[in-house]
Design a protein around this ligand. Structure first.
Ligand SMILES: NC(=O)c1ccc[n+]([C@@H]2O[C@H](COP(=O)([O-])OP(=O)(O)OC[C@H]3O[C@@H](n4cnc5c(N)ncnc54)[C@H](O)[C@@H]3O)[C@@H](O)[C@H]2O)c1
Length: 407
């Protein structure tokens, strides 16, 4: 089959590689000149996707990347994988999804199967994407949805072995999408409507968001009681049923967990409803960076004038993605507490217009938010190194969430 994949980022490139592995031809479309240039030079910009997976596609002629939609017409399947972030006011921002849909409407001259993989609220495929594509030229396209579950950097679960939910605006569309995904996914789960698939994705990530909020709040209660939260969670985790471990942290980050529950919340508001669980978890999770700065200030006898090195500013280990990273509010609060802040990250070279500082500077304290595999603290010559949780590889670093001594 000839597949067009709109957006060549974490999700789009993952699906591109999956489709190439099944022998399909793939046309990647991405607005970013640098993404197009790198991919056409055989270079992957996504962790977990090897250069060789890209270069072999380009060299065989089966994979091409362009920055215009002009060549999309004639595709059997068009997969949309563009960002769905939040606006500055925390509301769903569908502008990129809308512009991708309108662009498709303008170029398509023959009918095809259009699948949305971008995360959004129930009703997006039916009420937003389809009308915008059909406004260009109503050709009787089939519309389906398969919300992406990729977990960047996860070596155990990838495209092939992560079950994939598929819904459609018609049974025919859903069945065509199921047949497409079965060419490179082991398990495809058809559901009765597009809205079921869209809602399932939001519920999966809301479930994590709320449980992370619960454990973040619990860690603060344990801290006040002087009980080591990590040991409590380890003990609770020995229960073989009815319990799933979540871990407290400096906050939540990335393009999914902090964002998706707010899509559900915004959609619920259109029905006059509010999820109290989302609201309270949002409050707790967003309060964590400040709480962690307070814990650090306690440990250091105040932060005024202290030179603090924040280590690891992306949202998770071995991933360079800084979207929604909790390092941002953490640094902001450190500065409010009077600290002089620098940051170091071996895989994020520039962030917020600043560049990564070397480990070998004059600092009073280092706080490791994310310990990438590439992190090397050998040049560190300051005093303590703190982490958020205890780190199995670095037992000598002091975890800030461990219990305060009872006084
Ligand atoms: N990153 C994840 O781990 C993850 C996991 C599951 C689902 N998702 C969802 O998948 C969607 C895509 O996220 P991502 O992480 O792949 O984003 P990304 O930023 O990594 O990649 C998106 C790409 O789309 C391009 N783009 C933006 N607008 C475009 C347009 N109108 N036309 C063509 N190209 C365009 C950008 O240049 C970028 O390269 C989002 O809805 C996200 O919530 C992401």
């Amino acid at each position: 089959m000839r597949i067009a994949v709109i957006g060549q980022g974490y999700v789009g490139l993952t699906i591109t590689v999956g489709a190439l592995s099944a022998g399909h031809e793939v046309l990647g479309v991405d607005h970013s000149e640098s993404v197009v240039k790198n991919l056409m030079s055989g270079l992957s910009h996504i962790e977990g996707i090897r250069d060789s997976e890209i270069s072999s596609g380009v060299e065989s002629g089966k994979y091409t990347v362009v920055n215009s939609y002009d060549l999309v017409d004639g595709s059997d399947v068009v997969v949309i994988a563009v960002p769905t972030p939040l606006t500055a006011l925390g509301q769903p921002d569908l502008s990129l999804l809308k512009s991708a849909s309108s662009s498709l409407g303008k170029v398509l001259r023959s009918s095809c199967l259009i699948i949305n993989e971008s995360t959004s609220h129930p009703g997006t495929l039916r009420e937003v994407i389809k009308p915008l594509v059909d406004a260009g030229n109503n050709l009787g396209h089939q519309y389906a949805i398969s919300p992406e579950r990729v977990d960047p950097g996860n070596a155990k679960f990838g495209t092939r072995n992560t079950p994939r939910i598929v819904g459609g605006l018609s049974d025919e569309a859903r069945d065509a999408a199921v047949a497409f995904y079965r060419t490179f996914c082991d398990e495809v789960v058809p559901v009765s409507s597009a809205e079921v698939a869209e809602a399932a994705k939001l519920f999966e990530n809301t479930f994590r968001f709320i449980n992370i909020g619960l454990v973040n709040e619990f860690s603060q209660i344990m801290g006040a009681m002087g009980i080591p939260v990590d040991e409590v969670l380890k003990a609770a985790g020995t229960k073989p049923y009815g319990f799933m471990p979540f871990h407290p942290n400096v906050g939540i980050g990335g393009h999914c967990i902090p964002v998706d529950p707010l899509y559900l919340q915004a959609r619920a508001a259109e029905f006059g409803l509010t999820s109290k669980y989302i609201a309270v978890s949002e409050e707790v999770n967003h309060a964590m960076p400040k709480y962690m700065v307070e814990r650090l200030a306690d440990e250091c006898g105040g932060l005024k004038g202290k030179k603090v090195l924040v280590v690891g500013v992306s949202y998770k280990a071995d991933i360079a993605d800084t979207r929604e990273t909790p390092a941002e509010p953490f640094v902001k609060h450190l500065r409010e507490f009077g600290a002089e802040v620098s940051w170091h990250d071996p895989i994020v070279n520039s962030w917020n217009g600043e560049t990564s500082s070397p480990i070998e500077g004059e600092y009073d304290v280092a706080v490791v938010l994310v310990a990438h595999s590439a992190l090397n603290m050998e040049g560190w010559n300051g005093e303590p190194i703190f982490t958020i949780n205890s780190h199995p590889k670095f037992p000598q670093w002091k975890p800030l969430l461990s219990a305060r001594p009872k006084s």
